[in-house]
Design a protein around this ligand. Structure first.
Ligand code: 7TS
Length: 408
C-alpha cells in the first residue's frame, strides 16, 4: 500500500471490487477502458431517479426547478474541476468521441477549408483521428502528424516545422491510452499559439489521473468522458474558449437550444444551450458530479502520487519477467502499461488472465497507428487507478507467469 491513499477503505465503496469474481478476488486492471463507479455516485443517481426524476429547464414546477439545480450544479462541479472561467463554457456531450465530433463538425466546418492542415499526434485514439479525417475528406484538407520516438514520446523538435500558416487546429492527447505517455501539452499549446493556431486537448486519459487547469494549460478545447472519471457512461464534456464556442454554429438542432422558432427563422440561445439540443443525460450528469466530489475528497494530487508509485512498482515487476517487453517507456508516464510477451498473442494472455479473475485489455486499443509504429498487431494493457494496490500488480505477475507456463 502506498502512503498516499488507504486503498483497503476505498475499495469498500466498490461492490464489484469486493465481491468474488470467478470465485476469486477481482483484479480490475482495466480502468483506461472505464473507471469503476463509487457507491456515493451510484446512490446519488439512484436518489435522483427514485425521488427527483423529471426533465430540466422545463417550466415552473418545483420538481423541474430542483432537477435543474442538481443538473446545473453538476456543470458547476465540472467547471471547478477544470478551473474553467465560466460554467457556460462546459458543454455536456455523450463522451470524448462526441465532444471531438462536435468540434470537428461545428467549429471545423466553419474554419477548415481546402488545402488547410489539421495537425494530430502520432499517439491519438481513433476518436481524435476519424472525426478529423471525415472533415478533411469533406473539405479537401490534409491531416499531418507529430511523430514519436520508440520510447513513445512526441518529437517536439519537429513541431515548429509542422505548424505552418495552413495549420488550422492541433489535436493532441494529454495521456496516451496505449503508452501511458503524459504529453507536454502546455508546451505544445504555447508553440501553436505563437502562430495563432488553436489546440484541442483530449483529456480522456488525463483528467482521471491528475489535476487539470484549462486556464493554466491555455487550451482552446478540452474534452473528456465521464465514465473514465468514475462516473457513468453516456455523459462527457467539451470545454471551450468562450469566443470559439460563441462563434460556433449549432451542430444538432431541436428543443432546449432556441429562443424562438418560426417557419422562416430560428433564433438560437447562447452557450451552452446552443450546443446542447434535446433532453440531456440528466441522471448521468448528476452522477458525474457526485463522482467528481468523491475524487476531490480523495484529492487528485494524492491520486496522482499513488498511481505514480504503483506504476513504478508494476513497471519494475513486469520488467523482471523474461520475454516481456513494455511498449511505451516515456520518461513521463501515467497509469498505463502495455506489453507484449514473446510468442504469445495478447488475446490468449487476456483470456487466461480473465480465468484468473484479472481484467486487462488485449487488442489495438482503438489506436491502430500506435500499433503500426511499434510493429505489433496488439498489446496487452494493464491500466491502474486509485482503487488498485500492490496486491493487484502481484496477482498480474503471477497470472503472466501462468500464461508463460501454459505456452512455454
Ligand atoms: N480518447 C482517448 C485518449 C481514449 O482513451 C478514449 C477511450 C477515447 C478518446 C474515447 O472515449 P469514449 O468514452 O468517447 O469512447 N479509450 C478506450 C480505451 O483505451 N479502451 O477502451 C476505450
Amino acid at each position: 500500500m502506498t502512503k498516499y491513499l488507504d486503498v483497503a477503505t476505498i475499495r469498500q465503496d466498490f461492490p464489484l471490487l469486493t465481491a468474488p469474481f470467478h470465485g476469486k478476488r477481482l483484479v480490475y486492471l482495466d480502468s483506461a477502458v472505464s473507471g469503476q463507479v463509487p457507491l456515493p455516485a451510484i446512490e446519488r443517481m439512484h436518489h435522483y431517479e427514485a425521488y427527483e426524476h423529471t426533465n430540466v429547464h422545463r417550466g415552473v414546477s418545483t420538481l423541474s426547478q430542483e432537477a435543474t439545480d442538481s443538473y446545473e450544479g453538476a456543470r458547476e462541479k465540472v467547471r471547478a474541476l477544470l478551473n474553467a472561467p465560466s460554467s457556460k463554457q462546459v458543454i455536456w456531450t455523450r463522451g470524448t468521441t462526441e465532444s471531438i465530433n462536435l468540434v470537428a463538425q461545428a467549429w471545423g466546418r466553419q474554419n477548415v477549408k481546402e488545402g488547410d492542415e489539421i495537425l494530430l499526434s502520432a499517439m491519438e485514439h481513433h476518436a481524435n483521428i476519424v472525426p478529423w479525417q471525415l472533415l478533411a475528406q469533406e473539405k479537401g484538407a490534409k491531416i499531418k502528424v507529430i511523430p514519436m520516438n520508440d520510447r513513445g514520446e512526441l518529437i517536439l523538435e519537429d513541431l515548429d516545422g509542422l505548424l505552418t500558416e495552413r495549420t488550422k487546429i492541433v489535436g493532441v492527447t494529454q495521456v496516451s491510452n496505449v503508452l501511458g505517455t503524459i504529453n507536454p501539452v502546455k508546451e505544445i499549446i504555447a508553440k501553436a499559439h505563437a502562430k495563432g493556431i488553436p489546440v484541442l486537448v483530449d483529456g480522456a486519459q488525463g483528467v482521471p489521473h491528475m489535476p487539470v487547469d484549462v486556464q493554466d494549460l491555455d487550451c482552446d478545447f478540452y474534452v473528456f468522458s465521464g465514465h473514465k472519471l468514475s462516473g457513468p457512461t453516456g455523459i462527457g464534456v467539451l470545454y471551450g474558449r468562450k469566443e470559439l464556442l460563441e462563434a460556433m454554429p449549432p451542430w444538432h438542432g431541436g428543443g432546449s437550444m432556441i429562443l424562438s422558432v418560426t417557419w422562416e427563422k430560428t433564433v438560437f440561445m447562447g452557450i451552452p444551450a446552443k450546443l446542447e439540443a434535446g433532453t440531456p443525460a440528466i441522471t448521468q450528469a448528476i452522477g458525474l458530479g457526485a463522482a467528481i466530489d468523491y475524487l476531490k475528497g480523495l484529492s487528485f494530487d494524492r491520486i496522482a502520487a499513488h498511481e505514480h508509485a504503483l506504476l513504478q512498482y508494476a513497471t519494475d515487476r513486469l520488467k523482471a519477467i523474461e520475454g516481456l517487453r513494455i511498449i511505451g517507456e516515456a520518461a513521463n508516464k501515467a497509469s498505463v502499461i502495455s506489453f507484449v510477451l514473446e510468442g504469445i498473442h495478447p488475446h490468449d494472455i487476456g483470456s487466461i488472465l480473465d480465468h484468473e479473475g484479472i481484467v486487462v485489455r488485449a487488442g489495438h486499443h482503438c489506436a491502430q497507428p500506435v500499433m503500426q509504429h511499434f510493429q505489433v498487431p496488439a498489446t496487452t494493457r494493464a491500466s491502474l487507478a486509485y482503487y488498485n494496490d500492490e496486491a493487484d500488480v502481484d496477482a498480474l505477475v503471477v497470472g503472466i507467469q501462468k500464461v508463460k507456463d501454459i505456452f512455454g
